[in-house]
Design a protein around this ligand. Sequence first.
Ligand code: URA
Length: 239
Amino acid sequence: MRLQKYMAMCGVASRRHSEELITQGRVTVDGRTIREMGSQVEAGQDVRVDGVPIRLPDAWMTYVFYKPQAVVTTMQDPQGRPTVADYFRDLPGRFYPVGRLDYDTEGLLLVTNDGDLAQVVAHPRYVMEKTYLTVIRGILRPEDRRALERGIMLEDGMTAPAALKILERRRETTLLEITIHEGRNRQVRRMFDAVGYSVQYLLRNRLGPISLNGLQPGERRLITDAERNELLKARTSHC
Ligand code: URA
């Protein structure tokens, strides 16, 4: 197996970041520093990053995690805020989030030690429905709804068509569900900003075949084999 793939599967870093570690001369195989891309490793070889041995996990595990608000989707935060890692310290090995939710967004996040699954699901071309429960300030006008449903121009390009379901019109806010297919940074907030509404509350309650049902903030459960297969089925030919 290629060294960078092996490193990603061990949970060291993404394949791309693993390549950087290799070119920086931080990786050794059986005591020899490897700098060439495309080197192969086999079972039983001693692979180290910064001198620390790495190895494949005993079991691949992926959790559905209910990220609470005011938690950062990283494993460490220079500002000392609570991170997703705080909820996975009891597990052996390195678990890391797949994709991200903003600090103020709560809801469904996958956390895994399965580098293969992470690689597929985090791929920019991976297409998977994501559903968010949202409260926006103001009453959503029909023409704005249609614009979001058709797709709108953001600074990083057109969005794919979204599906919207209005759940409740309140005096000053609208409670709705929006389903999108991409995973761009702050996408839902930016989509509503673009048509003149600010997002007051955001919760991801579904990712493809997986839902948050039954979990409370800070809780987690293992994904089932059927859910894993469904997630991988959505892989595109580019992943
Ligand atoms: N869209 C956002 O704006 N924020 C998130 O956290 C997720 C999707």
